[in-house]
Design a protein around this ligand. Structure first.
Ligand code: PXL
Length: 287
């Protein structure tokens, strides 16, 4: 039995203001009893979502020497979890982390864009090579925009039938990962849902999301961090999806109730303690 909390190498950017990436991932993992070890890919004054020109320091030359240090120390990680990258070379660096810890759960959040658009700092070459990272992953968690980018499909705006959601999940899994979660999928039965697939178990899952008429940056990072923490804590895939969806729903509603500036992200400080509970009673269904 592991004589310490599970350890995650979290390869993401550190954005100072705006509540995304490492600023939210680390506290979430900690409160869930998981040790997050930040491997920053870049440092930014804010996220890139609408707060003007950002201060941006790329840390591409940091990742591999950092990995080498951890290897010299003989550290092991139970999970390698990557997200926002700031250069094409960082895809190779994440692959080096994946190869260095072949026993670890490999989680790839293929951060590339949202609402049908690529993030400003993501080049076509980075989007193209994201498939290589996805190929080595056990679990990926794209949003609809990223799912379409990975599958080289035009962006899907319209609600889709369950059968199409299943086929997107299967096709993404065929790129490599055993498990796939697509977030915020509008379904033609009139609901918004997070949908998931476990290829080994041949199981499809759906967790319904309450609709709130606003969008906040960083919510994909919070979702993926909760799923990662939950899986390392022993949840099954649908339990982890339900826990993360319930958490995001509570946090988005609290933030909306204050009428806060959406660019500032969600007020997760208000809801963080709820993640320390052993189980979230949000329900899940078979897709
Ligand atoms: O939440 C994704 C994300 C992460 N990191 C940075 C971002 C964004 C989305 O805008 O700008 C720097």
């Amino acid at each position: 039995m592991l004589q310490r909390p599970p350890r995650v190498a979290a390869i993401h950017d550190l954005s100072g203001f705006g509540r995304c990436s490492l600023s939210v991932i680390l506290p979430i993992l900690s409160v869930m009893g998981i040790q997050g070890v930040p491997v920053p890919t870049a440092i930014l004054s804010t996220h890139t979502g609408g707060m003007g020109p950002v201060q941006f320091r790329d840390l591409t030359d940091y990742t591999v020497p950092c990995l080498e240090h951890y290897q010299r120390l003989g550290l092991t990680f139970e999970c390698v979890y990557s997200g926002f990258l700031s250069s094409e070379q960082q895809i190779d660096h994440c692959l080096a982390f994946q190869r260095a810890y072949p026993e670890a759960l490999t989680v790839v959040d293929p951060v590339m864009g949202d609402n049908g658009k690529s993030y400003a700092t993501y080049t076509p070459a980075m989007r193209e090579r994201m498939a290589e990272l996805v190929a080595g992953a056990d679990l990926i968690m794209p949003n609809m925009t990223e799912a379409c980018m990975l599958l080289k499909l035009p962006h899907i705006h319209e609600p889709i039938p369950r059968s199409q959601a299943k086929s997107l999940l299967v096709r993404l899994s065929e790129m490599g990962p055993n498990a796939v979660i697509i977030t915020s999928v509008p379904l033609s039965m009139g609901i918004l849902a997070n949908v998931g697939y476990d290829r080994e178990k041949n199981a499809f899952w759906l967790v319904e999301c309450d609709y709130v008429p606003v969008a906040y940056p960083g919510t994909g990072d919070l979702f993926a961090a909760v799923v990662t923490g939950a899986l390392l804590g022993g949840d099954s895939l649908p339990m982890a999806m339900a826990r993360a969806t319930g958490y995001l729903e509570r946090t988005i509603k609290v933030t909306y109730s204050y009428g806060a500036d959406t660019r500032f992200g969600v007020m997760f400080e208000k809801t963080l303690p709820t993640l320390a509970q052993p189980y979230d009673f949000k329900s899940y269904q078979v897709l």
